[in-house]
Design a protein around this ligand. Structure first.
Ligand code: RIB
Length: 306
């Protein structure tokens, strides 16, 4: 009964490691390339599953060579794929990603089949969703589907978490106020609140504003500075872990997946945040997105050494 439902995207990550971005009209040689399974929804589901969570995934794959690999990847990790559907005549979601030598990234996304995940798909899965301890959402699918999922969760008294990524302006305040958890990064928080956010102090002020509007728990991820909490349990900060970062792609998703897993176990927010800060730090020490997420044993080793 600790099952987590992730309703969201999957993408094929096409990761090019670069020394710098090319100028317009310039052709530039890049040192390396890798392809992997990604997409914010899938990444969060995989992070949770690698840590031992029981995960149900609602997503849509395309009608191409990527689809089988995506489904096989979920199944290899024990993720429930009964509601992963193929859309005829449409491409799978893809994400060309550019990772610089300082570990930072730029990402383009093509939603492809992800745009076909609709409210009717939530209705079709309602029996399975009602058995879940938490519903996890992001913003790489239609906003109407995200809003419908929030309404469904509220109606059925299922806790619901939104990671508002990628950043989207003009989100419905009415829907945001129904969330149990909102977990933005600083950029997303600034866009949602319309307030400047450039560090822990300004993030705290903006997060307080959202809690006043009705969100129960706001957790702001602060990159290598950790994360801060504002909500029903007061206000606190979890410090970041110092690591040698190689590739920060998907670190936010690692945080969400790990947080969802731990919170669904015992409802301890501070403990789940502490684990999630460490898990996302561990993920940036390796290249790739899902490929950089440690399983429970490897993560335990990481915790023992830093
Ligand atoms: O958050 C990282 C993810 O963003 C990548 O896996 C990419 O697919 C995009 O969805």
């Amino acid at each position: 009964m600790n099952k987590i439902a992730v309703i969201g995207s999957n993408m094929v990550d096409l990761i090019t490691y670069i020394d710098r971005m090319p100028e317009q009209g310039e052709t530039l040689e890049a040192p390396d390339f890798a392809m992997g399974c990604g997409g914010k929804g899938a990444n969060q589901a995989v992070a949770a599953a690698k840590l031992g969570a029981d995960v149900l995934m609602l997503t849509k794959v395309g009608d191409d060579m990527f689809a089988d690999n995506t489904v096989a990847n979920f199944q290899r990790l024990g993720i429930d794929t009964q509601f992963v559907q193929r859309v005829p005549g449409v491409s799978s979601g893809v994400a060309p990603i550019f990772v610089q030598s300082d570990s930072h990234n730029s990402i383009l996304i093509v939603k492809g089949a992800n745009a076909y995940l609709k409210p009717a798909d939530i209705d079709a899965a309602q029996g399975a969703l009602r058995d879940c301890k938490l519903i996890v959402l992001q913003l790489e699918i239609d906003l109407a589907t995200v809003y419908y999922a929030i309404e469904f969760a509220r109606r059925n008294a299922i806790p619901v978490l939104l990671n508002p990524a990628p950043a989207v302006a003009g989100l419905s305040r009415e829907h945001l106020s129904q969330l149990d958890f909102l977990i933005p990064n600083e950029t997303e928080l600034a866009l949602i609140t319309g307030k400047p956010v450039d560090g822990p102090e300004t993030a705290l002020a903006a997060a307080r504003h959202l809690v006043e509007e009705g969100i129960r728990h706001v957790i702001v991820t602060l990159g290598d500075k950790g994360a801060l909490y504002v909500g029903e349990e007061g206000e606190f900060r979890v410090d970041g872990r110092k690591v040698a970062a190689r590739d920060t792609t998907g670190a936010g998703d690692a945080f969400i997946g790990c947080f969802a897993h731990h919170w669904s176990q015992d409802g301890d927010i501070r403990r789940a945040m502490t684990q999630a800060v460490a898990y996302s730090a561990c993920s940036v020490t390796e290249r790739g997105t899902q490929s950089s997420y440690p399983d429970a044993a490897t993560f335990a080793q990481f915790l023992g050494t830093c």
